[in-house]
Design a protein around this ligand. Structure first.
Ligand SMILES: [Zn+2]
Length: 297
């Protein structure tokens, strides 16, 4: 799907305004602050620091029973959302297992990676579990059925192909894979990764490219608004969106799915945000609002 730059400019402006909190003037204002991208991401340096231990697994949390009159809060009743906490805190102990190659349709790729960390040692795997738990609780409170692909109850993985299968098997209305980037210092901000149109082997994203883009745009808007964080300044032309064809978790999905890179763990300023529980709650809120808006909940 070609990328529409006119849209990009409008989206960039809307996102920057959302991030700087002056949503009220969205309709009118002309000034844009978005700076064009400078770098390239997605290459998480393999340097885990301290792992965390986890609990039990791929559990589906059911919403409370609806009272007589449906509560507006339960706006996601009947909806299933799969949350994929990126990596696993135990992966660094299982390099043989996570380095085995799995089939992602178009080619074969490592089962999983360890993920990155901040310079002070806060691991991406800990970050993704924390945000995923907060997101699960927010969505469950709105009545959704939430499935986690793992909850650190297993020593490593799941592999990227199994993560996609869990979303497909749940017939999820939306799947979000939670991550944080490991890019150069000065590369700041969040981005949402959308599936490219891919066809090869067991991969065929034709049906999910459109709905995943809509899901991704909603999440980017709401993430900027909830966190006050600007979109990535190193990719996506300031739109906060990136389209990729090399991620098995997207290529093998048959339901709407995106990855959210919440910020750059290797940038000191971003790391200050990512290590803050208050900011992580806002990040989860932004993703939950984006999902709910997409599901019209
Ligand atoms: Zn990651």
């Amino acid at each position: 799907m070609p990328y529409d730059h006119r849209n990009t400019a409008r989206r960039t402006l809307a996102l920057v305004l959302a991030a700087t909190g002056c949503c009220a003037v969205l309709a009118g204002c002309g000034a844009s602050q978005a700076s064009p991208p400078t770098g390239k991401s997605g290459q998480s340096p393999q340097s885990p620091q301290s792992p965390t231990t986890g609990h039990a697994s791929a559990t589906a949390s059911r919403p409370p029973l609806a009272s007589a009159s449906p509560q507006p809060a339960l706006s996601l009743a009947g909806r299933t959302v799969v949350i994929d906490p990126g990596h696993n805190p135990g992966n660094f102990r299982h390099s043989t297992e996570i380095n085995q190659k799995v089939n992602i349709g178009t080619n074969r790729k490592e089962c999983d990676t360890t993920g990155t960390s901040t310079n002070a040692g806060y691991t991406e795997a800990s970050f993704t579990l924390d945000v995923s738990h907060r997101l699960r609780d927010l969505l469950t409170a709105r009545g959704a059925t939430v499935v986690l692909t793992h909850d650190a109850e297993r020593p490593w993985g799941p592999c990227i192909d199994e993560r996609a299968r869990i979303g497909n098997a749940a017939r999820a209305d939306a799947v979000v894979s939670v991550h944080a980037d490991g890019s150069a210092v000065g590369h700041r901000g969040f981005h949402v990764i959308l599936p490219a149109s891919v066809r090869g082997g067991s991969a065929d994203t034709a049906k999910i490219v459109g709905p995943s883009r809509e899901l991704g745009e909603r999440i980017a808007d709401r993430f900027a608004r909830a966190t006050g964080t600007a979109p990535a300044n190193y990719l996506g032309d300031g739109t906060g969106l990136d389209v990729r064809d090399d991620l098995g978790g997207l290529n093998l999905s048959t339901v709407p799915k995106v990855f959210v890179e919440c910020g750059n763990m290797r940038d000191p300023k971003d790391a200050t945000l990512l290590t803050s529980a208050t900011w992580r709650q806002k990040a989860a809120q932004g993703i939950a609002d984006g999902i709910a808006t997409y599901l019209k909940g």
